[in-house]
Design a protein around this ligand. Sequence first.
Ligand code: SAM
Length: 275
Amino acid sequence: MDSGLYVVATPIGNLGDMVPRAVEVLQAADLVAAEDTRHSAPLLKHFGIDTPMLAYHDHSDQRALSRIEQCIESGGSVALISDAGTPLISDPGYRLVRHAHEQGWAVVPVPGASAAIAALSVAGLPTDRFLFEGFLPARAAGRQARLEELATETATLVFYEAPHRVLDTLGDMRDLLGEQRVAVLARELTKTFETLLRAPLAELVARVEADSNQSRGEIVLLVEGAETRSGDITPEIARMLELLSETLPPRQAAGLVADAFGLRKKLLYEHLISR
Ligand code: SAM
């Protein structure tokens, strides 16, 4: 196998989702750098992989990094895995991958499962544009402040959430994003208790409140984006935008009309370029 750092996805629950190339690469590598070696040992054993493992996360000490460096600089290969899913996606690895680029090592993806993408693929929400937020701040004040910032985002929103916070987070989403927005709770994907709940936020909160099983296990929350409010662009506003855009670049025209009518510049700009 060519020398370099291989970033290898592992299943998010169902071992049948391990891709054959991941098994080959983990077996052929000289070293497996794992977020938690005790957690990953059963996975490697299950697939008959006996490559030596080293604990690595973004706060590992210099010794761990030196071992990886020695291995790759002497022509070897290191496979990076996290506890589940794709490394770096709300998981360790960013610093190592950045370091690999700085050192000029080859960095090779071995793609597979990721909970965010699995959830998006079944949520029935627009997927042409989505914003992966990962975990919101754990404390209520930080979480609410971030949700307020996201309230006008028109892309589909994707969050990871811990089971003991899910009800509070859904309540904040209902209060700050709007109770009619459709949301999806994707739980225990690929596992025995896989569940999808899809409803407007007010109803989703009530369903999770009524059945504590719905906040157990591993959870992805998805929320449809804010409406574009294209109804706010009256024919007069549209005409003014057109006139201004004959002499000004679209962004500037949109900015002037946004100031004059108290509308969002992005909405007007998108209207202009979609004509
Ligand atoms: N790197 C992983 C990935 O690619 O999805 C994510 C790691 S992050 C530390 C763990 C979070 O991912 C969980 O708290 C949960 O929000 C989500 N997650 C992981 N596995 C899941 C599953 N099987 N079903 C639903 N959500 C899952």
